[in-house]
Structure formats: C-alpha cells, structure tokens
Design a binder for this molecule. Structure first.
Ligand SMILES: Nc1ncnc2c1ncn2[C@@H]1O[C@H](COP(=O)(O)OP(=O)(O)OP(=O)(O)O)[C@@H](O)[C@H]1O
Ligand SMILES: [Mg+2]
Length: 370
C-alpha cells in the first residue's frame, strides 16, 4: 500500500461510510440511529481539528465538562497512589542523618495503607530540633501517597501558630478543628492531616483529635481508621540532643543510637516539657493513641554539607551533588553556627537556613563571591 492508496481509501470511506463494517461500533450505531447527531458531531470535530468553518458551542461545552470529570482531583486510586516503593527510595536518598526515621516511617505507612481495614488511624509524632527534616519527611510522605503531594485536596497542612494563635479562643478552635476533620474524612477516608508546630498549639486543643484516633469502628457513621495524622514539634528536642551528645562522647557511632532508648527518653520529655501546649498532658499520650514517636537527631557538618550540595543542584548550578567543590561547600558552612558543647558538633538550625546561606554566598551567580 502506498500513501496515495491509503488516502484514496480514506476519501472513499468519508464519502460513503460503511456502518456495517465499522472501525468504531459506537460511532457506526450513531450514524445509523441518530444521523443528525452524527452529522453535528462530525462538523464539530472538523472545525476543531481541521479548522472547519463552524464550531458547535453546545458540543464544545459537553467535551469540556467530560474532560473536567476526568481531571478533577477526587478520592480515587487515580489520585491516591500509595507509592510505598517510591517512599522508601526517597527517604533513603533524600533524608540525611536520620537512621531512626526512614525505615520506621516507611514501615508504618506501608502497614497502614496496604491494610484495607486498619484497627485505627495512623498517628506519628515527629520530634526534633529545628531544620532536622520533620516537614521535609511530611512532604516526602504526601508526595508518595497523593499524586498532587502537598497540593492534594486530601492533604491538610495545619500550622498551629497561624491557625490557633490564642489560648483564650480554645472553645472556638476546638469546634473549628472538629468540623474540619469530620468534613474532610467524610469527603475522603484516606485523608492526611499534618499538624505543624503542635508544641505551639493552645494547651488541650490537640485532644479534640482523640475520638478520631481511637479504635472506634464508626463515629456517627464515618470511619476514621484509614486517615493518617502527623504531629510535628520541637518538644523533646533538648533531650534528643543531650542523648546524641552523650552517645558521641562515649565514642560510639551515631548509627548505634537505638530507637527504643530514644523513644523512652522522648515519651518522658514530651509529657514533662516546659511548654504547656501541644502534647503536654495530652490524652493522646495517656491513652496510647500515638502509634509511634519518631526522633529526628541533630544534624552534623557532614549532613549539612549534603544539604548544601543538594541546594546547589536544585538551583541549577551543578548537575550532580558530587560536582560541587569542597571549597564552595566550606564557604556556605562558614555562615552557619554549630554548637552543643565544646565539640561544636551539631548545626543549630540543621539544614533549615542552608538555601538562604547559599543565596547569600553565591549572590546571583553560581560562583562563590570573594
Ligand atoms: N535530614 C535532612 N535531610 C535532608 N534535607 C533536610 C534534612 N533536614 C532538613 N532538610 C532540608 O532543610 C529544609 C528545612 O527542614 P524542615 O522544614 O524539614 O525542618 P523542620 O524539622 O520541620 O524544622 P522546624 O522545627 O524549624 O519546623 C527542608 O526543606 C530540607 O530541604
Ligand atoms: Mg517544620
């Protein structure tokens, strides 16, 4: 067959269609049973794809609404992707210095999302000093579970300082929080709630979440067990730093710090914390409704160096982290403070201010400004 003969056949078929031997049975049926709609549709497609003279407004609207139906985010497998393999890989590759976090978080998430009928909602409490990766991990989780990551309609990032700043408004905040959770879980059972800076939340507010974390099968006809709650705070961070420093001074490797030791230290420290917000005296702890306490260790020079390299790659200055020279990395590190005893072991702000310091050192170019 040559191109010429193909085009001739097409021309012949367009001039005299053969609905009894069709390429597309639905179109053939329309051709036979509703010739007027067939003609209108053919005219419309000709105008859209072959620059024909006349577009059909009504058909155009119908096509648009069909497209929207398919692309609008909803609570379905198309949008809730549960990419546990990707989650593990990203936690391994993109999270530095947190050997107590990656595997444990991935295991809990995997066990929860693979179970169609879990016993209770998953509640993970992330603790650690500033810039150690609590929001970073929350983002990695959101991106692995939802196609639109943190921008998903089913992911709710709640900033305590922004949304609940005043202790005296506690009753109002409680109603607001309850309404929000109930509404969102009704819309999608597999919702993710990230409570940021809960140590800055008015004392007693977090207990509003208790019924939704408990082992109830249904609450007013709604099942909350598939939801995931992440609680992020600095509570207990001093205890984590102290234990990490003691461990270092005993001459042991960081990777030998055990999760059970940290969890015990953390559980005590969180209950007896100086700040009275967040989980302080919370029923979530008293009733054992938190699935796991996850300690984020303070970051050392080596980890911050990795963050510097990542930022430079993200900025487009280098293609791969290992291409960044030690000279460049050192210049950024000079701008950051390390303390915790005379060893100056840990970065005071973790990796948090790295991006801003890179901008300061490099200014507008990709070269260190001398
Ligand atoms: N352990 C880490 N590994 C890789 N990158 C990290 C790590 N910790 C922090 N970062 C980087 O630093 C940025 C700031 O960290 P993040 O917002 O996660 O800190 P945080 O623990 O939530 O701190 P805060 O208590 O101040 O809220 C992240 O967006 C990420 O780019
Ligand atoms: Mg944070």
């Amino acid at each position: 067959m040559t191109l010429r003969t193909v085009l001739l056949s097409l021309q012949a078929l367009l001039a005299a269609a053969e609905p009894d031997d069709p390429q597309d049975a639905v179109v053939a049926q329309q051709y036979k049973e509703h010739p007027e709609i067939f003609r209108r549709t053919a005219l419309h497609w000709t105008s859209v794809f072959a620059k024909g003279p006349k577009k059909d407004k009504e058909l155009e609207d119908k096509v648009a609404s069909l497209k929207n139906m398919g692309f609008e985010e909803c609570c379905s497998e198309r949008w809730i992707i549960h990419n546990v393999t990707g989650l593990r890989a990203n936690l391994e590759q993109k999270l530095y210095g947190q050997h107590l976090v990656g595997k444990v978080v991935a295991n809990h998430i995997q066990a929860h999302v693979r179970n169609k009928n879990p016993h209770k909602a998953l509640a993970l409490s992330f603790h650690g000093s500033t810039g150690t990766g609590k929001n970073h991990v929350s983002r990695i989780i959101a991106e692995a579970l939802y196609k639109k990551g943190l921008h998903s309609k089913n992911v709710h990032l709640i900033s305590s300082t922004k949304e609940f700043p005043h202790q005296e408004m506690l009753p109002l905040y409680k109603d607001r929080l309850r309404d929000m959770i109930e509404k969102q879980v009704k819309i999608c059972a597999q919702s993710l709630f990230i409570f940021d800076e809960i140590d800055k939340m008015p004392s007693g507010l977090i207990d509003t979440v208790k019924p939704y974390l408990d082992y109830h099968e249904h609450l007013n006809g709604v099942n909350y067990r598939q939801a995931i709650f992440l609680f992020l705070s600095n509570a207990g961070s001093n205890a984590i730093i102290k234990h990490s420093l003691d461990h270092f001074r005993e001459g042991k490797r960081r990777e030998e710090i055990q999760l059970v030791d940290m969890e015990n230290i953390l559980a005590k420290a969180v209950i007896n914390t100086d700040t009275k917000g967040g989980l302080w005296h919370s029923e979530l702890i008293a009733k054992h409704l938190i699935t796991a306490f996850i300690p984020f260790l303070p970051l050392t020079r080596k980890h911050v160096q990795d963050c510097v390299r990542d930022v430079l790659v993200t900025k487009g200055c280098y293609r791969r982290p290992k291409e960044v020279s030690q000279y460049t990395v050192d210049n950024v590190l000079k701008e950051l403070t390390f303390n915790s005893g005379e060893e100056q072991l840990f970065s005071v702000t973790g990796c948090k201010r790295v991006a801003e310091k890179v901008d300061f050192v490099m200014l507008d170019s990709c070269k260190v400004e001398l």
